[in-house]
Design a protein around this ligand. Structure first.
Ligand code: ACM
Length: 261
C-alpha cells in the first residue's frame, strides 16, 4: 500500500489559507493513507483558551468537510489534526476519514506544555481502525514520549501508527525509529515547519516528517524547512510478523509478570 505525509507550514488562525496549501500540495496525489500535521488548519501557539475555542469545531465543521473532500480527491484515508469542541471542553484531536466518511476521532492523551491550559486530556481509549484489511492506529505528537502509547496501539493490532505532529523538541524523529523497531510497526509522522511567536512563546517547528519502517529504518525524511509530500510503498505483512529471529517474538517474549503497571 502507498502511504505518505503532507508536511505543511500553517499560518496561525487562517484556516482557508491552510486548506488551500494542502490542496496545492496534494494536486494529483493518489495514495492509500495520507497523514497531515497536528492542528494543521489552525496553528498551534494559542494565547488563551478563548482563542483556541474561536478556532474549534465539532465533527461537522469546516475541517471535517475539507478532509472529506481531500479523501475523495486523493482516494486516500486521511488522518489530520483539529481543535475539537464538545460542550465546554476543547480537545487536541485528530480525525480519520475514509471514502468521504468520518470514521472516528482520537483525542491526544499526553498534552505538552501550555496545551494543558487550553485542552482537556484525551478521555477515550486508544483504538485501531481497520480499513481495507489494514489496521491504523493514531497518536498525536508528544504521545511518542510515552512508549505505552505505541505499545498499546501495537497490542491492539496496529500495522501503521498515523502520527500527526507539531514537533518543537529535537528527539522524536530518532525516537520513532525505536518506537517502530520495538513494536515492529510502521510509523507515519507528519510534522509542520515554520515559526510561531505568540504571547511569551517562540516555537520553531522541526519539519523532517518521517516514514519509519517496522525494522527501524527511515523510509522517507522530509526537509526541515520546506513544505513537502512524499509517498512510500509499504508491505503491511511485515508489520504483522513479530518474530525478530527464530527464537525471539517481541510480543510473546515480554515478561509481563515482572513489569509494573
Ligand atoms: C507537541 O506535542 N505538539 C509538542
Amino acid at each position: 500500500m502507498k502511504v505518505g505525509y503532507i508536511q505543511t507550514s500553517p499560518i496561525f488562525g487562517e484556516k482557508e489559507i491552510n486548506f488551500d496549501q494542502v490542496t496545492e500540495l496534494t494536486f494529483k496525489v493518489k495514495a492509500d493513507l495520507l497523514v497531515l500535521p497536528e492542528l494543521f488548519a489552525t496553528g498551534y501557539t494559542f494565547i488563551s483558551k478563548k482563542e483556541a475555542e474561536s478556532l474549534s469545531e465539532g465533527l461537522d465543521g469546516q475541517t471535517a468537510e475539507f478532509l472529506k473532500s481531500l479523501s475523495k480527491k486523493t482516494s486516500a484515508t486521511i488522518v489530520g489534526g483539529f481543535i475539537e469542541k464538545e460542550k465546554e471542553d476543547l480537545y487536541n484531536s485528530a480525525m480519520i476519514i475514509s471514502d468521504s466518511e468520518l470514521l472516528g476521532v482520537y483525542r491526544k492523551l499526553h498534552l505538552y506544555y501550555k496545551e494543558k491550559l487550553w485542552f482537556a486530556p484525551g478521555n477515550r481509549p486508544l483504538k485501531v481502525y481497520e480499513i481495507n484489511g489494514v489496521n491504523i492506529g493514531i497518536m498525536i505528537c508528544f504521545d511518542w514520549f510515552f512508549p505505552e502509547t505505541a505499545r498499546s496501539l501495537t497490542l491492539l493490532g496496529t500495522d501503521i501508527i498515523a502520527h500527526p505532529a507539531n514537533l518543537v523538541l529535537p528527539y522524536c524523529q530518532k525516537a520513532m525509529t525505536t518506537r517502530c523497531l520495538e513494536n515492529r510497526v510502521y510509523g507515519l509522522t507528519a510534522n509542520r515547519i515554520g515559526r510561531e511567536i505568540r504571547g511569551e512563546d517562540n516555537f520553531n517547528f522541526t519539519g523532517e516528517s518521517q516514514i519509519t519502517s517496522y525494522d527501524g529504518k527511515v523510509l522517507s525524511s522530509a526537509p526541515l524547512d520546506k513544505v513537502s509530500v512524499d509517498l512510500v510503498e509499504i508491505d503491511i505483512e511485515k508489520a504483522r510478523d513479530k518474530k525478530l529471529n527464530k527464537f525471539n517474538d517481541i510480543i510473546n517474549d515480554r515478561r509481563k509478570e515482572f513489569y509494573l503497571r
